[in-house]
Structures are given as C-alpha cells and as structure tokens.
Design a protein. Structure first.
Length: 115
C-alpha cells in the first residue's frame, strides 16, 4: 500500500487546513488509516485514526478541533484541522495498517501554525 499525503502549509493561529492521504488500494482493504504527527524534539504521536468500519479515535488534544473522514470513491482519508494552535506545528504523517503485519507510512507533510 502506497500513501500520498498532501495539504500541509503555513497558517495563522485560529485558521484551518485540510490534509489528504490517498491510498493506492481500496481503503476498505485497509484495517485502519490515520494521522500521526511529530514536532521537533518530540516523539511521534497519534492524532486521529479511522477504521474500515468507520470508527474513529482522536487524540484528546485535538478532539474538539479536528475531524477525520474518508471518501471511499477516492480511497482517501482527510484530516480537517480547525482552530489551529501553534502547538499543532509538526510534520504530519499518514499511516495505514492491514492484515496482521501490514504497515505503511506516507511521506510527511509539514504544518506550521504561527502565533
């Protein structure tokens, strides 16, 4: 499974961005897809994940501001990020998991939130 992430950029605090992650296969063949982020000097952390059944899990720090969704016709998962804060600045990575051991990461996309 290959993943193509896009949508990062520079935005002012309070603004919005939408990240996209396009998979090379049907997203229904993938157990879950999601977004992680890594800020400078910090570990990579879960932001949001959506399963093939549609269940979602979002980090507490973004739960009221970010929305994860998918478009099966485009094999794409989206992360709508609203009310962005400077602490959301990070490289965002898309991840897919399938079967027992299948794992793929997309290239990172940089999100910078200025204060």
């Amino acid at each position: 499974v290959q993943l193509q992430a896009s949508g990062g950029g520079l935005v002012q605090a309070g603004g919005s961005l939408r990240l996209s992650c396009a998979a090379s296969v049907s997203i229904f063949s993938i157990d879950d897809m999601g977004w992680f982020r890594q800020a400078p000097g910090k570990q990579r952390e879960l932001v949001a994940v959506i399963s093939s059944a549609g269940s979602m899990n979002l980090a507490r720090s973004v739960k009221d501001r970010f929305i994860i969704s998918r478009d099966s016709t485009k094999n794409t998962v989206y992360l709508q990020m609203n009310s962005l804060k400077p602490e959301d600045t990070a490289v965002y990575y898309c991840r897919a998991r399938w079967s027992t051991t299948g794992l793929s990461w997309g290239q990172g996309t940089l999100v910078t939130v200025s204060s």
